[in-house]
Design a protein around this ligand. Structure first.
Ligand code: FE2
Ligand code: FE2
Length: 175
């Protein structure tokens, strides 16, 4: 059984938004960027942070922190540090948006995009394979149950539908 497949699916939506965010920062009409950037910020808060990073921090990373699971190296502190840096970049985006500071907004969006792409690459190619190899079957079952609880508590179906719909709308705005 895979304990990282759903997380990798979530990465894919996050990467789609990041690609769109990068396109938005290059859009010639900054008024469109200013009018829509709160949608990117909302997605990052609700989907990337509350939903996805919560499942990693509250569940996966906790299981990987148990002695003996990660035998060669422990990338968890670095991953947590990158989540924290990502939250700081989003805060900078929000502050810039409040001041109508386009340059600050674009810079923070590009920094967030670069950080998250590298972060997701490391999780998909290093951390998640370590999790699949290192966790016992009983730990994987318990972890999947925790994900299910989180998904029910946060209404996973609704959150996916909302942000897939928003993605389509935003893609139209920046086409
Ligand atoms: Fe992460
Ligand atoms: Fe992740």
């Amino acid at each position: 059984m895979s304990v990282t497949e759903t997380l990798m699916n979530e990465h894919q939506l996050i990467l789609n938004y990041i690609a769109l965010m990068e396109r938005a920062t290059n859009h010639p009409d900054t008024a469109i960027l200013l009018a829509n950037s709160h949608h990117f910020i909302d997605f990052i808060h609700q989907f990337a942070d509350n939903f996805h990073h919560a499942k990693e921090e509250d569940s996966l990373f906790r299981y990987l922190g148990v002695a003996g699971v990660l035998t060669h190296c422990n990338p968890i502190p670095q991953m947590l540090n990158e989540h924290s840096q990502a939250r700081n970049f989003v805060q900078t985006m929000e502050d810039a948006l409040l001041k109508n500071d386009v340059t600050g907004l674009v810079t923070a969006m590009q920094q967030y995009a670069r950080l998250l792409k590298e972060h997701i690459f490391k999780e998909d190619n290093i951390l998640y394979p370590m999790a699949e190899r290192g966790l016992s079957d009983s730990a994987k079952t318990a972890l999947l149950n925790e994900y299910a609880d989180t998904e029910q508590r946060l209404n996973s179906a609704e959150i996916w539908q909302r942000y897939q719909h928003l993605y389509t709308e935003l893609a139209d705005s920046f086409s």
